[in-house]
Design a protein. Structure first.
Length: 271
């Protein structure tokens, strides 16, 4: 049913950028692909100084931890290889699941999060406390997933747009809030790719009976502020001078989405 080459293992989708998709069985009827990304921090003099520092963008759902750890171990095979940062797009459980296990396995590793996401990821604040501009979130938030991790503050780096961090020459942090108050995206500068978490999705329009990919915004029932979520997509479109490919976290397409296709998707409302 899922003909994805990166199912349960990392595949290099762009030079130095690897994707692993794991299927998340939300319930008996609905399963959703969840992608995580490994980034190799290549240095300029690769011949004499091979890269051993790695970054991870998102860390999957809690029930996927074992599969993800195995997939990471399949790529970080050199004794010097180490995970330096886990760059989290937002607090939802399908994006943060393996973070505690990875922080334990790699003592030098830290999580990168947006400053507005810190209360949910480090302090136990409920995502259900968010006020919303839609009836659907307001109605369904009692049933929504909470962030399921409590990361120690000293193992996190909090950022806002424009802040510098150790690997910002490779992964640029971009605020794309709306889906959650501190949702973020990451531009992989060397390959002109952006990992957008749930700001844009590319799964079936109706996952109950279809697997045909379909570009959409985030799921309304789990999106705190719909107006801001649409502004986030428009912000991603303004990055066209730096970005060719958009990689959503939930995507049935192996090769990401060309940014022009996102333009087409937003055209009716943005013109
Ligand atoms: Zn998600």
């Amino acid at each position: 049913m899922y003909d994805l080459p990166d199912l349960n293992r990392f595949v290099e989708v762009r030079p130095g950028l690897f994707r692993c998709t794991i299927i998340w069985n939300i319930n008996k009827f609905v399963d959703v692909p969840v992608a995580t990304f490994l980034v190799r921090c290549d240095s300029l003099d690769q011949g004499t100084n091979p890269a051993h520092d790695w970054l991870l963008v998102d860390s999957g759902a809690p029930m996927q931890v074992e599969t993800l750890l195995k997939a990471i171990a399949g790529v970080l095979t050199h004794e010097k290889d180490t995970l330096r940062y886990i760059c989290i797009t937002h607090a939802h459980i399908d994006h943060t699941g393996a973070t505690p296990a990875l922080l334990q396995k790699y003592p030098e590793c830290k999580a990168v999060i947006h400053v507005e996401e810190k209360p949910f990821i480090c302090e136990g604040k409920s995502l259900r406390s968010c006020s919303s501009d839609t009836w659907s979130y307001t109605l369904f938030k009692p049933f929504s997933h909470e962030a399921d991790v409590r990361l120690p503050e000293d193992r996190t780096v909090t950022l806002r747009d424009g802040d510098q961090w150790e690997f910002d020459h490779i992964l640029q942090f971009v605020e794309t809030h709306g889906h959650t108050p501190g949702s973020a995206s990451y531009i992989h500068i060397p390959t002109r790719s952006i990992m957008v978490g749930d700001a844009i999705m590319n799964i079936a329009a109706n996952p109950w009976w279809s697997k045909v990919p379909c570009i959409s915004g985030p799921m309304a029932i789990s999106t705190c502020h719909w107006g801001n979520a649409m502004k986030a997509i428009d912000k991603i479109l303004t990055l066209k001078d730096k970005v060719d490919t958009v990689f959503p976290a939930h995507d049935f397409n192996t090769d990401g989405i060309h940014i022009d296709q996102i333009c087409e998707f937003r055209k009716p409302s943005s013109l």
